[in-house]
Design a protein around this ligand. Structure first.
Ligand SMILES: Cc1cc2nc3c(=O)[nH]c(=O)nc-3n(C[C@H](O)[C@H](O)[C@H](O)COP(=O)(O)OP(=O)(O)OC[C@H]3O[C@@H](n4cnc5c(N)ncnc54)[C@H](O)[C@@H]3O)c2cc1C
Length: 559
């Protein structure tokens, strides 16, 4: 599901609070290990104020910034919902508490009920509905939750689009202005659908009932019909201005994928990509990142997850208070695979540094699955991967790169970001490890390539650079009616932080696979101790060719 690039994933809080530890564990893992923006649900059922305080503080330490505040249903076997002594009476109490304790740190969502909350249903069996007065009262309670500080509303599942649209209108009329995201449940099976809608007392339009009854003995036909009808429903909702879809996937990932495909939401990933990298959502605005963590976004998110603000515009001033502490970082192992994965990818014995070069080339030719610095080749790298492999074989061990782009449409399938109507640009960039001799070759080539700049640092922190500025924007986009965006930069301060992580991976991920004192360990230690981490930017994004520069540097270093 992560590959579908959801805006965020929701982790439910087990009914009656029965699975709170599991909720917390899953939510933390989604946030930290999968790098997915996560919204954790929290309910008032069977929970004391102290336990809520504890849950919020754990969520905060795990980097979770979104909470769906709910009252919760009565625990199994109990008819009526009862407040816990010293706990909360309803969701509005919980919203107030979250705001009181954490200010704007968490993005807070609440639940909305287009058909009214079932507590107010008074009909005969099968004809449940809310009386008008109760419906309006329930709506007013929703407004209370928003007035208490909720930032958005996610709705209960429903299938009557007309009723939903009327309810949104009613919400707006009483002054609810926050985004309302419709809750959509795909139809996976006939029995499952009627079980869930029966439990929630959902109104089912006659056409949907008839359509399902007509195919009820054929599971495949039920699925097909379900995908079609839910797709039509989503299309209507989006056309009517819904800001997104909250899909109750409930393990029905195939139906979810089919619906999103029908809606064209998967094909247009580049159109939806607001920035070249996936930004965190939530209250804080992040609009610029150093390029160094492009292949290790989880590590970057881990480092910055507690930042209250991000520097805006250019990364210009890393001394700005908004820059936070990039060095505040503990999970050095993330994103690098377990030992068995690493061993099978790059655990072979090494006799000389030539073997190390060959391993990098193998990764670029997709012969091994990962390196300590990268776990997959991004689409942008495909056209240049064989050139990069050749450079690696020659001894410049590339770990990050981007090609020059001189004005691609912002919806370009490979380079596009920022939404339709814009034009995006980038400078060619290469980052690599190399020996002192190779670095000398790079320096000797520089006078022949005026548009090229480099910075280099070794494990001891000895730094040198030809750059006249501390920050260079390497990606930017021009959009109608907006300032020019410069979301990716090469900057000295971040490079010096990144170097510790980059050099650290030689030992923690690679050398650790070999016995102390072995030839392989010696080779890797030698590389770690004597090589430089180098970044190269070609500022001529129109006519420059960073690979001609690299070839020149290789030629100079072999003289
Ligand atoms: C998107 C979504 C996600 C959900 N996720 C979970 C989950 O993870 N775990 C789980 O256990 N349940 C979950 N639920 C179910 C939810 O807990 C139940 O629907 C619950 O009965 C109501 O929760 P609420 O937050 O809407 O409650 P509230 O907004 O507190 O409303 C509950 C009832 O009290 C009434 N009410 C509200 N304020 C007052 C007041 N001041 N005085 C009198 N009456 C009042 C409302 O009209 C309503 O009838 C989810 C529901 C939705 C829609």
């Amino acid at each position: 599901m992560a590959k579908l690039e959801p805006m965020f994933v929701d982790i439910t809080w087990g009914a009656g609070g029965t699975t709170s530890d599991l909720t917390m564990e899953l939510a933390s893992n989604f946030q930290q290990q999968f790098n997915l923006e996560t919204q954790m649900h929290l309910t008032c059922t069977n929970i004391s104020k102290e336990s809520v305080t504890d849950a919020l503080s754990k969520a905060r330490s795990a980097g979770i910034r979104n909470i769906l505040c709910l009252r919760g249903d009565p625990p199994a076997g109990q008819d009526k919902w009862q407040a816990t002594e010293g706990g909360f009476n309803n969701a509005v109490d919980l919203v107030r508490y979250v705001k009181e304790q954490h200010g704007d740190y968490f993005g807070v969502s609440v639940a909305g009920y287009p058909e009214g909350h079932i507590d107010w249903f008074k009909g005969e069996e099968g004809a449940d509905e809310c009386a008008r007065d109760d419906y309006m009262r329930d709506l007013q309670f929703l407004k209370d939750k928003v007035d208490a500080g909720a930032d958005s509303i996610i709705t209960q599942l429903f299938y009557d689009v007309d009723q939903y649209l009327q309810w949104v209108k009613d919400c707006r009329e009483i002054g609810i202005t926050v985004p309302i995201i419709p809750g959509i449940m795909p139809i996976g099976s006939y029995a499952g659908f009627f079980r869930m809608t029966g439990f929630c007392k959902t109104k089912i339009p006659q056409a949907l009932k008839d359509g399902l009854n007509a195919v009820k003995d054929n599971e495949e036909a039920v699925k097909e019909f379900g995908v079609q009808i839910v797709t039509d429903m989503c299309r209507r909702l989006l056309d009517a201005g819904a800001p997104g879809l909250h899909i109750y996937t409930l393990n029905q990932e195939n139906a979810t994928i089919d619906i999103l495909t029908n809606l064209g939401m998967l094909a247009s990933a580049s159109e939806r990509k607001a920035l070249p990298w996936r930004a965190r959502i939530g209250n804080q605005q992040e609009d610029v990142r150093p390029i160094f963590w492009a292949n290790r976004p989880r590590s970057y998110n881990q480092r910055t997850m507690k930042w209250g603000d991000y520097p805006s515009g250019r990364w210009g001033d890393s001394r700005s208070p908004a820059y936070g502490e990039l060095t505040d970082y503990h999970l050095t192992q993330i994103h690098t695979g377990d030992e068995a994965d690493r061993r099978s990818a790059y655990g072979a014995e090494l006799s000389t540094t030539q073997d190390v070069n060959a391993m990098f080339a193998k990764f670029l030719r997709s012969e091994i699955k990962r390196l300590p610095w990268c776990v997959e080749l991004i689409t942008e790298t495909n056209p240049i991967k064989f050139t990069l492999a050749r450079i690696c074989e020659a001894g410049m061990l590339t770990i990050n790169s981007q090609p020059a782009v001189n004005g691609a449409p912002s919806v370009d399938a490979v380079h596009g970001w920022g939404g339709p109507g814009g034009v995006v640009y980038q400078k060619a960039y290469l980052e690599l490890f190399c020996s002192k001799t190779m670095l000398d070759g790079i320096k000797a080539a520089l006078p022949h390539y005026k548009s090229v700049q480099y910075s280099a640092v070794n494990a001891k922190g000895e730094f040198e650079s030809s750059s006249k500025t501390k920050v260079t924007a390497v990606t930017w986009g021009v959009f109608p009616d907006r300032e020019i965006l410069q979301p990716t930069v090469v900057d000295e301060a971040s490079f010096l932080v990144w170097k510790d992580e980059a050099f650290g991976l030689w030992n923690s991920q690679w050398k650790s696979l070999h016995a102390d004192g072995s030839q392989s360990a010696k080779v890797l230690q030698e590389v770690h101790d004597s090589y430089y981490l180098v970044n190269i930017v070609d500022n001529d994004f129109i006519n420059g060719n960073i690979f001609t520069f690299v070839d020149c540097a290789l030629a100079k270093s072999s003289k």
